[in-house]
Design a protein. Structure first.
Length: 431
């Protein structure tokens, strides 16, 4: 079967060309004929010009790629292997929002043919592919699952901003709806994934494996955040404690911080939702989420206290927030917890200016109704280093003190600056 794709008699489609879909589509397009689909026509226009606003790929990545970018769903009918990489966020109630996934399933179902494969890469709860997506494919296509078409699940393992661990050199989990499906899916993905393929025993196992990868990291960070809350009350520097603990060979060094983004801050709610559906109320997972979700509130209150201690007025104070993306050197602002911090400060009538050389100004405005400043100003009462962008690493102490001529306050959320906690009228705090 692989030969029909190698000869480009059969095509691959990738539905959703974001941080996950685009690198995957281009990787396949080096060897096969690919249709890259996205409902965002502006996104398609930029990709046709070999421009990626997410900065996950460069112009050179488009070279020698046999790919057709389109927003016309009918074009998907040309393909025989459909990969769905759409977002799976949560709503304001922290409930899974499957609207993108359902929409993509209907879209693919409408053009599905006998012999086609549909692979889901979006992070979901165990059972979602078989219980929620496959029935939509069947009803929309009037075809029979596992008789007329096959389905698989292969969770994405993209690490946004990482130029070393790219899609082709990260071990890939694959699963299939039967042995035939598993074998072919593994073969096709394995032809471009140089790091190797792990065959999961079932679709549910692959779904569960993905969701717990992020839950484990979420819980580890939540432990560090809770320790930071405790140590702050004891006037103990958390990072110094971690450095000391790292001297033991089996200590796992995680660090406190704002836990946002589209994965770690979201995926636990998918398993929480499914778990409650089957009659079990998780305690540890939910506890970790609660700790991580309240860190912005803690940092905001800490800054208010610092302003008061420095004899500065809270209402009307001018504060610079450096970085708004969820991760350093990545333009993605989805579910960034820096926004929660900004909103907390705004509640005290603090004038917050946001500077981020990586974030897209239009996306920030559209998503959060917040504006970015193009250049850093002067006469701030406090500065919060919220995201450790590479550009910020070039700034030394003199840079910050020039921004705050009177009693400087520096909040270093990422712990990236090497400064004394208080010296020369400077108040320095790190999480």
């Amino acid at each position: 079967m692989l030969s029909s794709f190698e000869s480009k008699e059969k095509l691959i489609s990738v539905i959703g060309l974001g941080y996950v879909g685009l690198p995957l589509a281009l990787a396949f397009a080096k060897k096969y004929k690919v249709i890259g689909f996205d409902i965002n026509t502006n996104r398609i226009d930029e990709l046709r010009k070999e421009i990626d606003s997410t900065s996950e790929v460069t112009a050179s990545d488009f070279k020698d790629s046999d790919i057709e970018f389109t927003s016309d769903a009918l074009e998907l009918a040309k393909a025989h292997f459909h990969i769905i990489t759409v977002p799976t966020p949560v709503d304001k109630y922290k409930t899974p929002d499957l609207s993108y996934l359902i929409g993509a399933s209907k879209l693919v179902g409408a053009i599905l043919k006998v012999g086609d494969y549909v692979i889901y890469e979006s992070t979901v709860y165990p059972g979602c592919t078989e219980e929620d997506c496959i029935p939509i494919l069947e009803s929309t296509s009037n075809l029979t699952f596992n008789k007329d078409f096959k389905v698989g699940y292969s969770p994405e393992r993209i690490n946004p901003g990482d130029k070393l661990k790219t899609v082709t050199n990260i071990l890939k989990i694959v699963s299939g709806s039967d042995e035939l499906a598993l074998g072919f899916i593994a073969e096709l993905y394995g032809s471009i994934i140089t790091a190797g393929i792990y065959k999961a025993e079932s679709i549910k196992i692959a779904e569960a494996a993905k969701v717990i990868e992020n839950i484990q990291r979420d819980l580890n960070i939540s432990l560090m955040n809770e320790l930071a809350l405790i140590f702050d009350r004891m006037d103990i520097d958390t990072l110094s404690v971690i450095e000391a603990a790292k001297s033991k060979w089996n200590f796992l060094p995680f660090y406190p911080g704002l836990v946002g983004g589209h994965c770690i801050g979201v995926d636990p709610y998918y398993l929480l939702y499914k778990s409650k559906k089957i009659g079990y109320d998780p305690e540890v997972i939910l506890s970790g989420r609660r700790v991580n979700d309240k860190m912005a509130h803690f940092i905001a209150n800490k800054l208010i206290t610092s302003l008061i201690k420095s004899d500065k007025k809270v209402s009307g104070a001018k504060v610079l927030v450096m970085g708004i993306t969820f991760k350093e050197d990545v333009s993605d602002v989805r579910n960034t917890k820096v926004v929660d911090l900004i909103r907390e400060l705004s509640e005290y009538n603090i004038r917050v200016e946001i500077y981020d050389p990586v974030a897209n100004e239009d996306e920030v405005q559209l998503a959060y109704s917040l504006s970015l400043i193009k250049t850093i100003g002067v006469n701030y009462d406090a500065c919060i280093l919220a995201v450790n962008h590479l550009e910020f690493a070039e700034y030394d102490l003199s840079f910050y003190t020039k921004l705050m001529p009177e009693r400087p306050i520096i909040f270093d959320i990422k712990g990236s600056l090497e400064l004394e906690k208080e010296s020369n009228d400077l108040m320095y705090w790190r999480l």
